[in-house]
Design a protein around this ligand. Structure first.
Ligand SMILES: NC(=O)c1ccc[n+]([C@@H]2O[C@H](COP(=O)([O-])OP(=O)(O)OC[C@H]3O[C@@H](n4cnc5c(N)ncnc54)[C@H](OP(=O)(O)O)[C@@H]3O)[C@@H](O)[C@H]2O)c1
Length: 189
């Protein structure tokens, strides 16, 4: 039974040409050196408070494998103690108690398992899972952080959508780093 208060967000950072990673999965281009004088500064206290409002993360197995590699390289685990659901049909290593694996019908999983239990459900990528989420009409909101760089080729933000998805632009923020954050509501009519 879906909880009317629950909210599903898809969020990723992408290059201006719409890629979330290079073809080989590298995200080295996320560190840019631009400066936009009129932009806001990211306040670490605000970011920390904001992250606390996220009740659970959902991600594809390839995004999880990237997160595991980052952790192994000493960059830490980006998802804190927040429950993290990894979609996979494979038998992957589980790096902490907060990680749970799921395979199968994504709509049933979101509507019958996640929505009744969590208010703020955050899809953290990648492109395949984001597209599946949108195709199935599961997302309420899309947050797109555009970095000031073109990388020419890579893994697209939304992998092969089979229909139009109408959006309402709800918020635009530009940062000193040159990143622009777009927040859209997914329109249902
Ligand atoms: N720039 C950013 O903000 C950002 C954010 C996130 C990720 N990324 C990057 O994006 C890349 C990964 O994206 P991606 O599109 O290649 O892959 P992905 O969406 O992370 O993962 C796709 C995989 O998830 C599993 N899966 C998906 N739906 C499933 C379901 N309903 N049931 C069971 N398993 C399911 C399948 O793998 P199995 O074979 O395991 O079943 C599928 O191949 C990585 O390089 C990552 O670093 C970037």
């Amino acid at each position: 039974m879906a909880n009317a208060d629950s909210h599903v967000t898809i969020h990723m950072a992408a290059s201006l040409d719409g890629f979330i990673a290079r073809k080989d999965g590298r995200v080295d281009w996320l560190e840019t050196s631009d400066e936009f004088a009129g932009g806001d500064t990211m306040d670490p206290a605000f970011v920390e408070a904001f992250l606390k409002t996220i009740d659970c993360y959902v991600m594809g197995s390839r995004t999880y494998e990237t997160a595991l590699r980052f952790e192994a390289q000493g960059f830490g685990w980006a998802y804190g103690d927040t429950p993290t659901f990894v979609l996979t049909t494979r038998d992957l290593p589980r790096n902490r108690d907060t990680v749970e694996f799921h395979s199968g019908d994504l709509a049933r999983f979101v509507n019958e398992r996640l929505r009744p239990a969590f208010r703020t459900i955050w899809f953290a990528g990648g492109g395949a899972v984001s597209a599946e989420c949108l195709r199935l009409g599961l997302a309420d909101e899309v947050r797109y952080s555009i970095l000031p760089i073109l990388i020419g080729d890579g893994i697209p933000f939304f992998d092969k959508l089979d229909r139009d998805v109408a959006l309402h632009l709800a918020e635009v923020k530009a940062y000193k780093s040159g990143m622009v954050e777009l927040r859209y509501d997914v329109r249902t009519e």
